[in-house]
Every structure is written in C-alpha cells, then in structure tokens.
Design a protein around this ligand. Sequence first.
Ligand SMILES: [Zn+2]
Length: 289
Amino acid sequence: MKRILLIFLLILAGCSREIENMNEKTEETFAETKKANAFLASLEDNFSKRSININAFCNQSDKVERRILREYGALFLATEKVEVPCCCMFESDEAVRRFQDSVRIMAEQIGDVKIELQEEAMKAYLAARREAEQEGLSITPRGGVEAARRSFADTLRLWNSRFEPACIYWKEKGKLTEEQVNYLKSLPIKEQVREVLKLEEKGIFFNKQFNGSILHSVAAPGTSQHLSMLALDIQEYDNKKVRKIMNKHGWFRTVRNDEPHFTFLGRSEEELPKLGLKRIEPDFWVPDF
Ligand SMILES: [Zn+2]
C-alpha cells in the first residue's frame, strides 16, 4: 500500500513539474510577444484595466479580425475616460445599439449639423474648435450627421456603396462571373468581407476607383470607428495647422489613407510610439504589428 502511495506521489510530483514548465513556457512566450509587439502589449494593458477579455475581443487566428485590428485598432488604445467596444467587429445593429446606449453621449449643434460623440471626445473637439477660432481657423464636421455617430445600418449602406459598383465593374471586365457575384451577395456579411479581401489579394479591388482596398475607402460593416462615437470626419483636414490643433487635443488620424477621419485617443503625441502606434507620413498613427 505504502509503495503504491509513493508511486502515486512521484507521478503527481512529475506532473506538477511539467505544469510548472508549461506555465513558464507560456509566460515566456507572452513576454516575448509583448516585447516584440508594443501594440499588442498596450492593448492587453488597456483591456485589463477595463476588465475586457482580450481573447474574446478579437480572434487573432481569424484573418478578417486580425486585419480589422491592424486597420482600425488604434481606437482601442483610447484613454480610460472613454469607453471602447469589447469586440473588434460588431455583428449586428442590436450589438451596436447596446454599446451606444451604455456610454455617456454629448450632442452639439455645429452650424446646421447636430453631431453626437462620447462626452470626453466632444469636449476635446470643442476645445480644439475654440483654439482654432482664435487663429482664425475653423474645424467643421464633414458630410452631415454621419461625420460623427453612425449606426450599423449606416456602415452596411456605405459598404454596399463600394461593394455593389465593384461587382458590376469586375463582371463587365470578365474577372467575376454572374455566379460568383450572386454567391458573394448571398453570404452573411462577415463571410462576404472575408471573400472580398481574398479577391483583393488577387488584384480585384473594391474601393471606389477599383485600384485599392475597400478597407481604405469604407470600413467593413460593424467595424467603423464611428460606431464607437470616437471618430469625426472634418472638412479642413488638409490644413496642417488644423491637424496640429486636433492632435494637441487628443484627436489623431489613425486610419491609413482616410484623410478627413480623426480618432479620439485622448493621449499626447509623445505617448503614441510607446503605445505601439507607428507614424506614417505626414501624420497618420497606425497599429505597428
Ligand atoms: Zn470617418
């Protein structure tokens, strides 16, 4: 009996050593990833402060979700004074509404447009506007109410405004068959995005001019930063002074090629490289991973 007990204890000791080794290995790998990638590390830090589960937030092994994070992910490093969504891709109108109902919103009449943003983002925008005014400049929403808050349906409509003409264009060019187009249209939206991105890898592009990625033209449905009410499109984006003032108040351009689009991070420019964002000339700040 004693011998059996001894063997059992020995096996147990062996197992726990193995588990310890495994733990060490996982921690080591994570530490390496953290070291290798400041963006993912700060995402993890920011989310642990907010009690959001980073693994549930974005499926890193899903090509579409990974791409979405790379294109629009800077938003998730916003200051804790605002809320960020707990998923990198909203899947329905209902999910977007639930998020928007859970945050503090501030509405403001700017000229003939009433825009809505998260409270801190709006305060910062209004402060930037006041500063610009003192220099004889203005910072105006671009494109009506859609300059700020958008709904899931808005993002779906915008996606279709690029997706549908591209289907017609590539069918006429003989690059897509009628069957392929019908198949694409029949897919649930996330799968449609997946197939569109696959076609773009082969040079069949879905942006307005059919020569670049649709993701640099409109966001995939459910992924627009405007859904978080932390994004604002402005008219005066090509004025460097205006961009500097926006930056000073925590607003940065974080989506490649989307020139009028600013994201509220509520951070200073010096903080951005440490957070794992890289600068792309002239002044875009995008996830470095
Ligand atoms: Zn925008």
